[in-house]
Structures are given as C-alpha cells and as structure tokens.
Design a protein around this ligand. Sequence first.
Ligand code: ADP
Ligand code: MG
Length: 318
Amino acid sequence: MSEQPAIAIRDLVKRYAPDGGGEGKLALGGVSFDVPEGGVFGLLGPNGAGKSTLINILAGMVKKTSGSVSIWGFDIDRDMRNAKRSIGIVPQEIVFDPFFTPFEVLENQAGLYGVRKELRRSMDLLRAVHLEDKARAYSRTLSGGMKRRLLIAKALVHAPPVLVLDEPTAGVDVELRRQLWELVREMNARGVTIVLTTHYLEEAEELCERIAIINHGQLIADKPTAELVGMAREKIVRITLDKDLAGPPMEEAFLKAEVIAPRTLEVTYNRDRSSAGQVLALMQQHGYAIEDVTTREADLEDVFVSLTTDSQTASAER
Ligand code: ADP
Ligand code: MG
C-alpha cells in the first residue's frame, strides 16, 4: 500500500469574481480531503454544490482562491506541469471538432501532450473503450454514448495514473449508464485511480469504495461507502388516514412523524429496526384506518439532512 494519496486537497477555497458589486459567489468554502490511490472515489453532491469547480481546479482550468492541491504528489502551484501529466479529465460537456475521426482526436490530443509517435497507443485506447470499429468515422456520426467513451479515451492518451470524470452519466439512459459503469470498472482494474462526480447516490454506491459529499461548497462527509450507506438506512412511509389527525403520534419505532395534511402523516423509520407493516399496525392501534400508503427510500437529500443534523448535534454536544 502506498502512503501518498492520489490527490490531496487542503482548505480549498474558490470565490468567483462578482460580475457586479458584492462579494462574488463562494463556490468552495474550505474543503479538505484525500483521494486514496487505486480505488474508485465518488464526489457526491447536488447541482451547484461545487463539484465541477473542484474538478476544474484540478484540471488547471479554474484558478483557486486559496488552499492547496497536489496530484500524485505534485503541488499544482509549484509543479503544474507534472500535476497535469498525472491526471486525465473527462469534462461534463461533450465538445469535439466534428470533422476529426476518433483516431485523429486521440492523435491530436497526444500531440498536445507531447507524447512521442512511437509511444502513442490510439488504437489500444479505442479498443479499450470499445470504439475500434469507429476509428475512421467522423466524430459527428457517433452516438452520444460513443462520444462519451471517446472523451474517456482522450483523457487517457498521456497514460495518467488518475482519471477524473465529471458527471459521466448525467442525462444518459439506463443502458448507457451501465456501459459507462462497466468501463469505469475496467479502467480501474487496469490500475487507474478513478474520481467521479455525480448527484446520484445510487451511482456512487454502486461504483465507489469511498464517497465524499459536498453541499454548498462544504464537505459534509468523507467515508467508506458502506459506512455512509448505513446512514441512509432510513425509510419513509406516507399514510393517508380515514380521519383527521389530532397530532403526530408518539411511538418509539418512529424516528420522525410529521403531519403534512390533516389526514396525511409521514413517518420515518429505520429499516433495520422496523418495517412499514409495523408502522401501519401502530397507527391502527391508535384508532385510525389506513386509506392509502406509499413508501420511499431515504434519498440523497435525506442523507444530507441526517448528516448535517448529526454534525450540528455533534458540535452542540462538544
Ligand atoms: P456542481 O458542479 O456541483 O453542480 P459548480 O461547481 O458548477 O457546481 O458550481 C458551484 C457554484 O458556483 C454554483 O453556485 C455556480 O452557480 C457557481 N459558479 C460556477 N461557475 C461559475 C462561474 N464561472 N462564475 C460564477 N459562478 C460560478
Ligand atoms: Mg457540475
């Protein structure tokens, strides 16, 4: 095991310049975490959390306000050249010159990075992303999924040990999402450390060994996936009753009970300790008949709420 993280981020702050008066937008408010070498790391957060800002700082496309970042041991202030060589970035948006073929796209990128002709491996890369039969097609004729795969190959031309994908599956269909997940696993199996941003908890859970969550430019969690998912063991059942509720019923099995309409109650419970059936039975014991029921898993929002509430409680107890 190597002691040096693939990426080390300390007290990272980004304030975008204001376009009128005022202070400007604080996109990252002092974020610190490490990406360990060798795994698949998820940076999870809702839209506007600061994920792309962080990725673009790694890519050298956005200038940080303060803090430090090192990639593969190279500080981006002192050694941007080596830092840049150590990382490949797949941006959120697809942009290609439509008149180049995938093979040419990779050759041009290799030229840009000064990869010598004899060291280029454009065909190998196309094979790795399952595009070898499209090597000579125009990029504009590729499907959306093929373009995304080509972007991944393009990010890998200089053989970086770290590959970063910014929302690789936002707005793609289920089939393509599966394909991209498979590809991420294949690249990781070849020894590439992967960082991906996503706003889908399910995706991070599926792919990543470790997950950091950011919200409003603040890091609110950085944990092994299993631990984090344990915090999302809550389920919510919404019940419509036959008569108006006097007030929220008190039951030990209820983590939370909220009256959201005169006859509608939302109960949060832990699925390891209770069940929807138990919740309904308890309501019947309170003298209500059940007219309608829906349940849902705690989603990313709920995990945020529970994590931020936990950290507030924890700091209040200190
Ligand atoms: P995410 O990728 O998590 O959706 P972003 O990093 O794109 O979040 O954005 C974080 C915040 O910074 C948002 O409030 C966004 O509006 C703001 N922001 C992003 N880019 C710029 C920019 N170039 N100028 C000003 N504000 C920006
Ligand atoms: Mg983004």
